[in-house]
Design a binder for this molecule. Sequence first.
Ligand SMILES: Nc1ncnc2c1ncn2[C@@H]1O[C@H](COP(=O)(O)OP(=O)(O)O)[C@@H](O)[C@H]1O
Ligand SMILES: [Mg+2]
Length: 307
Amino acid sequence: MAQQPDVLLPNTVPPTPDLPFLSQEPRNGEPSCAWENFKRPRLRKFPQAASTLQFQGFIGAGVDGLVLGAKTGDNAAVAVKIFYYSKPCNDHRYWAFQRECCNSAVLEMIRIATQRSGADSGAPLYLLPTPRRITDAVRNLRAFSTEYSHKYRANPPPNFEPFDYSHLQLNECLGWTQLDGGAVRSLLHGWRLGISEFCSTPAVDAASWYFAIVYRFVPDALLEDSVVLSHMNFFYRAGFDPVPFKADNWRGPGILVDLSDLVLPFESDWQECIYGPMVKRDGRFTLGQANRPSKRETEKDAATRHA
Ligand SMILES: Nc1ncnc2c1ncn2[C@@H]1O[C@H](COP(=O)(O)OP(=O)(O)O)[C@@H](O)[C@H]1O
Ligand SMILES: [Mg+2]
């Protein structure tokens, strides 16, 4: 990240958004991991005023947003992802801010469940090792919820096995926030950058407010295939569909930082044909085994998608 003098945004108060995937609760302490919250995830709010973030430099940009390095009021290094689109956009299959809020809220619950599943805790998570269909994906995702983790442990369903995922490294999300549009543009201007360099829709450049998500900063390191693969296969086992591997969406030895790269099994674009364990073949991360359920299996599963 190019180091810049610290910049603070003005202390203006945005209108409170009324969106079903946003919680107005500050992200303090652990969230409830009830299954209900996996089905309707709501990301909690970054607990500090956006005006306390000290912006330090530009980290990178992609198709959904740009990421700035910052320090929080209590001096934690964070990456603030500012989304180009403040509302759903017809040109895209999904609204990135919504997808990332839902994935971050679910991964926060998963992180808590995996931390509790350490070998010494006597409380491993029970999962189906090689899920194949939508019903398997949903049952495995349930394994991280309070109700089902107890239920599966007390009485494991057929073929479920204990897993210790306490070593997992998940990108920690500190909550959503809103940033003043004019202030973001002048901040970038001071660094000789503009949103239109990254996103060409004129409306995004005139937005009054941008949604942003605050993540813990993950330093760059050499990606290790084994670490990337173990995380990819964890996400698969937890029920997510993958999107094609892109190196800059991973940092550290193999931590996924672009959380738009996962698709929850409740989403309409979750597809069984790309759901499966990942391998590295011919120098590429790819699906190990194509999934070809019968038409009857697919129809039956469609009916239970929203279990
Ligand atoms: N938590 C983080 N720590 C450090 N760098 C990050 C973090 N999150 C994202 N980045 C970097 O910022 C850049 C853009 O982020 P990304 O989430 O991939 O945006 P997009 O969804 O638009 O592709 C990437 O190069 C990524 O490595
Ligand atoms: Mg990306």
